[in-house]
Design a protein around this ligand. Structure first.
Ligand code: ATP
Length: 266
């Protein structure tokens, strides 16, 4: 069953010159329970706006966006977020950062900490539970952010380039970690990325967006088995074939976006 469904969803923002600016147009795709969908497209095409429509942060100007079978009006329950910049609070320990969500949702301090500790352990930070964010590496902070998201047991996870600021090795580690932890949750994921390799390594399906204003250009199934080791899987012929096929479609859009950006600059 689809837990996320967009039908001809369009978003227009007020433009600077009075004319409305269309950020995304006629978006149509669905995400099933337990499905991992990656969204790729050229820079600035409207990927983050797509997530804003699903998260209820921005209402659609036309078309329909449903979450759990209901039209999105405001921020739906059971949705977890992870963005490029994390929401780790510097004045709280790792454990208290992770416990903040359960506290907010009404658990007592002790219960929230117990629940948080389970996730702190799962993301491999048990020895660092009392540390403060400034004492952690970038990868460790991302682990905290992942625990902060997963501790709330979201049925939907919206991820906007969560690992793009990490170095290549830490990034691969975090991708593996995400897949391992997500596997037990049954959550539907939309993962926005610039990086086609990352999209294929992680996802069940890849949605390719056109250049701005974005619409869905094509949707590809990723025929790779799970569980996956993201560094190993990149070397398989199936991965390379999927990469070629999807890149053929994405390349035109990236070229078009570049040409438009150069046109604007000149
Ligand atoms: N709140 C807003 N008000 C006005 N325009 C906006 C707003 N949010 C996004 N836009 C515009 O919508 C378009 C798409 O932006 P969006 O951030 O969704 O793209 P993106 O594909 O996520 O970008 P990137 O690849 O750089 O992360 C851009 O032209 C942007 O300026």
């Amino acid at each position: 069953m689809s837990v996320i469904s967009l039908r001809n969803a369009t978003k227009r923002f007020p433009g600077t010159g009075g004319e409305p600016h269309t950020a995304v147009r006629d978006l149509t795709f669905t995400v099933d329970a337990g499905e991992f969908v990656a969204v790729v497209g050229p820079t600035g095409c409207g990927k983050s706006t797509t997530l804003s429509l699903v998260s209820g942060l921005e209402p659609a100007s036309s078309g329909e966006v449903d979450v759990n079978g209901e039209p999105v009006r405001g921020i739906p329950d059971g949705v977890g977020y992870m963005f490029q910049s994390d929401a780790v609070l510097p004045w709280r320990s790792v454990l208290d950062n992770v416990a903040a969500g359960p506290r907010f949702r009404g658990l007592g301090k002790q219960q929230a900490r117990e629940k948080a500790m389970v996730w702190v352990e799962r993301v491999g930070l048990a020895a660092f539970a009392k540390y403060y964010p400034h004492q952690l590496s970038g990868g460790m902070r991302k682990r905290v952010a992942l625990a902060q998201t997963l501790v709330n047991e979201p049925k939907i996870m919206l991820m906007d380039e969560p690992f793009s600021a990490l170095d290549v090795q830490t990034r691969a580690l975090m991708q593996d970690e995400l897949l391992r932890l997500w596997a037990g949750t049954g959550a539907a994921v939309i993962f926005v990325t610039h990086d086609l390799e990352e999209a294929i390594a992680l996802a069940d399906r890849v949605v390719v967006m056109t250049s701005s204003p974005a619409t869905v250009k094509a949707i590809f199934d990723v025929p790779l088995p799970r569980p996956r080791d993201v560094e190993e899987i990149r070397l398989t012929p199936e991965f390379v074939a999927a990469y070629r096929e999807i890149w053929d479609t994405l390349r035109e859009e990236v070229a078009r976006a570049r040409a438009e950006a150069m046109g604007r600059a000149s």
